[in-house]
Design a protein around this ligand. Structure first.
Ligand SMILES: [Zn+2]
Length: 374
């Protein structure tokens, strides 16, 4: 560990990509997300009537609220989750292609050794947060756990990975991670991995990973997949999938970005298998259409579109907050507290309480129950 931090220091000073085993790179965030996030707060306001405000607050606090994509697991991030009254966060403690330190991103571009150890360590860190929380933080292993977390006012976390490098090319590691409490995995991130062929399609190993995830009852997250790959994944999957963070191509105007910007045919294909698509909160996915910067209004345009194409039963929220400077999330939802504003905007647009509850968490809960079983 001494050597590692010394090595880190040297490489940071040089501003270079460090080389070495993946398990020597940091995992635990040294900054909470709300501190690392240095974007200027531009303000956001919904003109709700007092009755609308009352309704928004009531439905928010009654609902099971789940974010399907999150990277914030500093001790203060759990305080932020509590203060935002968010029931469950699907936390992805490691990402295939980088790590963060001091609010800065460092790439891990080439496949290096030590990914299995990195994966194990990542899950151990999250488990420790739960173990040392006096019952405040709870590892979610079943759909019933989510209901119970809500009832008891706990803070739920679902353990996931962003990308499959942690498998280290060995299918047996999936069962090992499942045993440790992993309940979801995102297959792809923006770098090469044993799950991908060079043209971006699923490798034979990647296809086996989906079969094994179905057998073990792990949720498959098809985010960041090009068209060929998501089509392969949907054809193979024996259970509903999630896209943990995405936008609608018809709203963003970008039609060639796979599951990042979902075209209407993609939305229908995922919905027809019972899947849920979770709207991104990062402005890069949610271009500004109502003013100079992206706001919660732009975000809810994507929800409107998903509803128009596939109905309300296939929409979720995938905030994707992470502890890194220089990024912008939609105004009004710069931090997890902003999930309330999404509800206020939905109330403003006439969504019913039942519809809002589905988007906030009921839809994801349905998929989790279906995939994880009783
Ligand atoms: Zn992410």
């Amino acid at each position: 560990m001494k050597l590692c931090s010394l090595f880190m220091l040297v490489s940071l000073c040089r501003g270079e990509t460090p080389s070495g085993r993946a398990d020597t790179f940091p995992i635990e965030p040294d900054l909470p997300c709300a501190v690392a996030n240095d974007q200027p707060r531009t303000g956001y306001h919904v003109d709700l009537t007092p009755e609308g405000e009352r309704r928004a607050s009531a439905v928010y606090h009654r609902s099971i609220i789940i974010t399907a994509h999150d990277h914030c697991f500093h001790a203060d991030d759990f305080k932020a989750q509590a203060s935002a009254a968010v029931t469950v966060r699907t936390i992805k403690p490691i990402v295939d292609g980088h790590y963060r330190q001091g609010g800065i991103r460092y790439p891990i571009e080439t496949p290096v050794a030590g990914w299995r150890e990195r994966g194990v360590h990542a899950l151990q860190i999250l488990r420790q947060h739960a173990q040392q929380s006096n019952g405040r933080i709870r590892l979610v292993l079943s759909a019933a756990d989510i209901e119970s977390v809500k009832k008891q006012g706990q803070l739920g976390i679902i353990m996931s990975f962003e990308g499959g490098r942690a498998l280290a090319g060995d299918l047996a590691n999936l069962a090992m991670y499942h045993e440790m409490g992993l309940r979801e995995m995102q297959l792809y991130w923006a770098v090469p991995s044993p799950l991908k062929d060079e043209d971006g399609s699923l490798s034979l190993f990647g296809q086996d990973v989906i079969r094994e995830m179905n057998r073990l009852r792990l949720v498959v997250d098809i985010s960041h997949m090009p068209e060929k790959a998501w089509r392969q994944a949907l054809a193979l999957a024996r259970a509903p999938v999630v896209v943990s963070h995405c936008g609608a191509a018809a709203i963003s105007g970008r039609t060639n970005r796979g599951t990042d910007d979902l075209r209407d045919d993609t939305i229908r294909a995922i919905a027809s298998q019972g899947g849920v698509m979770c709207v991104h909160f990062y402005e890069g996915y949610i271009p500004a259409r109502h003013g100079p910067v992206s706001t919660v209004r732009d975000l809810v345009d994507h929800i409107d579109h998903f509803r128009a194409v596939a109905g309300i039963d296939h929409i979720g929220l995938g905030t994707d907050y992470f502890p890194e400077k220089g990024w912008k999330w939609v105004a009004g939802a710069e931090t997890i507290e902003g999930m309330k504003n999404v509800v206020r905007e939905m109330v403003y647009r006439g969504y019913t309480d039942a519809e809002i509850e589905k988007v906030l968490g009921r839809n994801l809960l349905r998929v989790y129950r279906q995939v994880w079983g009783k």
